[in-house]
Structures are given as C-alpha cells and as structure tokens.
Design a binder for this molecule. Structure first.
Ligand SMILES: *[C@@H]1O[C@H](CO)[C@@H](O)[C@H](O)[C@H]1NC(C)=O
Ligand SMILES: *[C@@H]1O[C@H](CO)[C@@H](O)[C@H](O)[C@H]1NC(C)=O
Ligand SMILES: *[C@@H]1O[C@H](CO)[C@@H](O)[C@H](O)[C@H]1NC(C)=O
Ligand SMILES: *[C@@H]1O[C@H](CO)[C@@H](O)[C@H](O)[C@H]1NC(C)=O
Length: 601
C-alpha cells in the first residue's frame, strides 16, 4: 500500500499528541485523549484523573482502514454516584437501582467533516460477539452499516451530516431486563417486564467540526478577544469568582473544583469555552445578564458533588424539603427583569449532574437560547431534568440521559428538533404542566426515545412520554386550574419510542386548550405491566370556583387534542377502528365528558 510522506509525518504528530493528551487533528477528523486516566468502575477517581471506560475503546477512521489511520477517541465513563456511597444521607436519591444493577454509561465524542468508520472494541474480559446481528445501533432508524472485525471488535459506518449523530451501540450479551416486583424494580424475572437496555451503555457523539463563520462564533479568538481571555490553569480551580476577563477558556486537560465550591463568575464573564479534551469537575453560575455563551466539546462533570449539594448547607446534602433555589446546578444563569438576553449553548457534555442541570433565575420571559449538539450523560439521581426551553428559543441535535422531566415546553415560540432521549424511571419525556400556563406556537419534532424505563408502582400524574402534570402546589387537587390561561398550537410530531413502554400520555389540563396536535407518535410495544397502569389520561380541571378549563373552541373551529397516526407496533389507533380504549391496544382512558374534545385518526 502506498503511504505518503505526509501521512507518515501526520502519524508521528498523531503519536506525539496521543501521548501528550493534546487533540489529534486532521482536516476531517478531531479526536482527543487524556494523560491521567483510571480504568475503574467502582470508586471515585483521583481529582487529577478522568475515568476511562474499562469496557469499551473507540477508534475512528476516515475512509482508509489501514492501521495507521485509526485514531483513538477517548472513551469516558460515568458510574452511579461517581462510585461513592450515599454521603451523609440515607434517604432515596434515585441512583439505588442503577447502583444495584451495576449500570455504567460510557461515551466517546469526536468531530468530523467526512464519512468515517467508528471501531468499537470490547475489553478482553467481556464476552465475545457471536454475530453482527447481536449488535444494535439506536435509534434503529439510523440503519448504519456495521461489520464484525473480530470476536470483540465491530465497526460502524457513520456518514457525515452537518447535524451530527448521537447514537447508542448495544451488544446482546449485555442486555438486561428490569421487572416490576413487590419490592420495586428488580432483575428478578418473577415480575412483569418493564424495559430492556444494556447494562454498560456506550454512546457515540459524532459532531461536526466547526467551520467558516461558526469558528469565531463558537471558539474564542485571541485576536478578537485580546487580553480578555482567562486561560484557566489546569488542576485545582477555585478562583473563578474574581477573574477580570470576559472569557473563561479551558484548554484540553483536567480541572477540578473542590466539592464545596462552584464557580460564580463575576458579571464581566459572559463566555465559557470548554475545548475538546477539556474535562472540568465542577459547576458554573453566571451573573452576567448580557448575552452569554457556553461552547466547545469538553465535559463538565458533577461527579464531585453530593446528591442535592446545597449551597445553603455548605455544599453538603440538602437538609431541607427541597432546594430549588440553593442546590448546585451544573449551569445556572441570571436574567434581569425587562432586559433581553440570549444564550448560545453549543456542544459540551454534562456528566453526573447532582440535581437539575440547567436553571435560569430572574426574568424567564426575557431569556432566550439556542442550544445544539449538547449532551447530558450519567443522570442517575432524581431531578436530573433535561432543559426548560425559554420563549423564542430553539433546541436541536442533542442527547439526554435523564431521570426526570426532559423537554420542558413551558414557553411560546419554541422549536425543539432531532433529540435522542434515554429515559430512566422518573418523570416524562415532554412536559408542559405543573401550573396553569399561557403557551402558543410550540413545535417538538423528531424525538427518538431509545430507552424508556419509565415505571412506577402506582398511576403517577407526572409520567409517560407526553405529560401535563397536575399542580405542583397540590398534586392531588382537581381545582387548581386557571381557565383564563390558554395553551394553543402545540405540535408534537414524529415521536418514536423504541422497545417496551409503560404509557403514552397523561394530560391534566390546568389551562384551556386549543389545537394540541400529536402526530406520528410511535410506541414500539407496551411493557408487561397491567393494562390499568398503562392508561393514558386526559382530564379538564377546574378553578377554585368550579369553572372548568375549555378544550377546543367551537366559534373558531379549533379542536382540543388531535392524535394523528398514533401507532403502537404496527397498529394505528383511531376512534373509528375502535382500538383506542384502555383495555385495547390504544390504552386511552380519557374522561368521557371530553369525548367531543379529542380525536384519533
Ligand atoms: C478490562 O477489564 C478488566 C476487568 O474488569 C480491568 O481490570 C481492566 O482494567 C480493563 N482494561 C481496560 C483497558 O479497560
Ligand atoms: C413561532 O415560533 C418560531 C420559533 O421561535 C418563530 O420563528 C415564528 O415566528 C413563530 N410564529 C409566530 C406566528 O409567532
Ligand atoms: C404513521 O406512523 C407509522 C409508524 O411510525 C409510520 O410508519 C407511517 O409512515 C406514518 N404514516 C404517515 C402518513 O405519516
Ligand atoms: C374562540 O374563538 C372566537 C372566534 O375566533 C374568539 O373570538 C374567542 O376569543 C375564542 N375563545 C378563546 C377562549 O380563545
């Protein structure tokens, strides 16, 4: 085979970078590596180390599969509670099942501009792969070409796409099923099957290399921001509250904040850049109310914080009932009343959030954002929500592993598109409830739920794929509605949920409704729970004076709720086919008095 001098030089440069933890860069492919790594799946790693997957290793190659052209792509791993025991508490934190079942989540991110092969090797201690048919890529609709290389190695052909791809690679011998038993979720096959998923997750995030005009938009340019970039020194970080610059730049390397500290940036800081290969253990809080950015393909990890690390309790576990205002969030923003503010969130991976990962305080009507190529992994605890998408905002091309409400569509003029979700048991995928709201013009499109372990032993009001939960003040009350608020023109389309599922939708209307359209909701199959616990619910609540919310509007001919091409397996659910009932495959148990307010066709 002809090997050019250039490729030999390039390979030498590659080896040098590989050894020195620098990004490995060719024109069409960026991968990276870390120096201080620990292959450890059961205890916290040293502050100065990064946990590497002890199960998978990943390489990427452009077209030529010659050994010299395979680039190592660092494969990170998250484990429940970062390998700690419960720390100064013994109440439930949501990670019990994941710990008991020894779940791990590995991931590898690279950037590319051309079609590539992704090579995945299993550690020698893992069972061999009998056939390439025992390997599943999810979402299954991606249909990537895959080949067996040897008994522990496969390769996957990943085409270039500007929007990138975020997918899971799954090996048959690592799948396990969760069952519902009298003692809670369990691997004990005596119960009813809830969901099947890999014990050792592997996610691949193939993201575009930033090019053209995007370079200055997403990567701080020293020529433009001269003297205004603070290059954070590697190692321990605890001085960020007083820096003078406008940009905090994390170059490739490992950074760690103390467990009882998070960065509260002064108002002058409005851009955080995490270079590919930067790994930051800590959390960020902005005080700037100007336009802000969080960009780059580095990692922000909450692994050092305890579950519900409460600033009001010196970062120990919260001792209050709830700590919405005072627990550490991975990303926290401040918005001024009446002052328009725009956040650009591009790239970054948030791992092991100890609580809500993203919250805005102040005026949520003037805060807008554009989020893309964002990843959330290792969401073992309760309350590890996805994102609240503020008014006039967009969210696209993103992956969420989440153990609570994932996509919170509480505001108008929002577009959410092309999202991959891996769902743990708590909370729904799409949420617009918890209080009465006025919302219009929301599009949620192309949501691929690759795993859905949503489960509860009773009929929860804050669950299912689509949900408008009852009022947070009094979740049992039916008179918490406000009929004067109106939710209008919500289009939720192309929602696919792979594997076994518990339930489709629970809508407790706390506001009046016009034109909510759910189109092409596909559920691969129901799990084995009783039909009565899989019901979809639709109820119209009242206010304190007994006034009920209105569903639809006869004067302008706007309907209430339309289910268009709702499909379970291969069965399309329609009113006419009479297969919608709770005891039938549609599992709809909508209030009888709403019969004229919804349709399924
Ligand atoms: C492979 O797995 C073994 C057993 O868990 C572990 O000791 C070893 O560190 C792993 N090797 C790598 C490279 O991950
Ligand atoms: C609906 O929201 C989108 C996204 O913010 C926006 O571009 C569009 O102008 C809005 N449509 C109307 C009629 O306001
Ligand atoms: C209806 O949904 C099924 C299952 O997702 C899909 O295959 C089919 O294309 C959809 N039909 C239309 C007309 O969109
Ligand atoms: C119902 O439609 C009529 C006619 O367009 C409109 O005047 C009225 O405000 C609508 N009611 C609500 C609650 O939106």
């Amino acid at each position: 085979m002809f090997v050019s001098l250039f490729s030999i030089l390039f390979y030498l440069a590659y080896l040098f970078n590989r050894v020195n933890g620098l990004p490995i860069i060719s024109n069409n492919l960026h991968t990276w590596w870390h120096n201080n790594i620990e292959y450890n799946d059961n205890s916290p790693v040293r502050d100065s180390s990064v946990r590497a997957s002890n199960i998978y290793s990943v390489q990427v190659a452009t077209t030529d599969l010659h050994q010299n052209n395979l680039y190592d792509s660092f494969t990170y791993m998250s484990i429940p509670r970062g390998g700690r025991q419960k720390w100064e508490y013994d109440s439930s934190d949501g990670a019990e099942f994941a710990e008991k079942t020894k779940l791990t989540m590995s991931w590898s991110t690279f950037q590319y501009l051309t079609d590539v092969w992704v090579i995945v090797k299993l550690n020698n201690s893992m069972s061999t792969i009998d056939s390439i048919d025992h390997v599943t890529i999810r979402p299954i609709t991606l249909n990537f070409k895959k080949e067996l290389v040897d008994s522990r190695t496969i390769r996957i052909s990943v085409p270039y796409r500007a929007a990138g791809y975020r997918f899971s690679v799954e090996f048959k011998k690592q799948l396990f099923t969760t069952y519902h038993t009298n003692y809670g979720p369990s691997e004990n096959t005596g119960g009813q099957a809830i969901h099947t998923e890999p014990r050792q997750a592997l996610l691949i995030f193939a993201e575009s290399i930033v090019t053209g005009d995007q370079i200055d938009e997403y990567i701080p340019n020293p020529d433009i921001h001269y003297n205004n970039i603070y290059y954070v020194p590697q190692g321990e970080v605890k001085n960020l509250n007083i820096i003078k610059e406008t940009v905090a730049y994390f170059e490739p390397g490992i950074y760690y904040m103390p467990w009882n500290y998070h960065a509260i940036f002064p108002t002058n800081v409005h851009w955080i850049y995490l270079a590919p290969g930067a790994y930051v253990k800590g959390a960020f809080q902005f005080q700037s109310t100007d336009n802000i950015k969080v960009t780059g393909f580095g990692v922000l990890s909450g692994e050092k914080y305890v579950y519900e690390a409460d600033v009001a309790n010196n970062y120990h576990h919260s001792i209050n009932n709830q700590c919405w205002a005072t627990c550490v969030k991975m990303l926290r923003f401040t918005s001024d009343y009446g002052k328009e503010q725009y956040l650009q969130l591009h790239g970054i991976t948030i791992s092991e959030p100890p609580y809500h990962s993203f919250v805005v305080y102040g005026d949520d009507q003037t805060f807008h954002m554009s989020v893309s190529s964002y990843h959330q992994v290792g969401s073992w605890y309760w309350q590890t929500d996805g994102l609240e998408i503020y008014r006039g905002s967009s969210l696209a091309n993103t992956f969420f592993h989440s153990n609570d409400d994932v996509l919170k569509i509480y505001h108008s003029d929002v577009i959410v598109r092309n999202i991959v979700v891996w769902k743990n048991e708590n909370g729904p995928v799409i949420q617009w409830g918890w209080s009465p709201r006025t919302i219009n013009n929301v599009t949620v499109d192309q949501i691929d739920i690759i795993h859905n372990r949503i489960w509860w032993s009773d009929i929860k009001h804050n669950t299912c794929i689509i949900n408008s939960a009852t009022h947070y003040d009094d979740t049992e009350s039916t008179n918490t509605a406000d009929p004067n608020q109106l939710i209008e023109d919500l289009i939720i389309s192309n929602i696919r949920s792979e594997g076994m599922n518990s339930c489709a939708m629970r809508i407790y209307a706390l506001s009046s409704i016009q034109s909510i359209t759910i189109k092409n909701l596909w559920i691969e199959q129901w799990n084995q729970l009783d039909k009565s616990s899989q019901i979809s619910i639709f109820k119209a609540y009242e206010d304190k004076n007994g006034n009920q919310v209105t569903i639809g509007n006869q004067s302008n001919d706007k309907k209430g709720l339309a289910l268009i091409n709702y499909t379970v397996g291969t069965t399309k659910i329609t009113k006419v086919a009479n297969n919608w009932q709770d005891t039938s495959v549609g599992r709809l148990y909508f209030d009888a008095n709403l019969w004229d307010s919804w349709d399924a066709y």
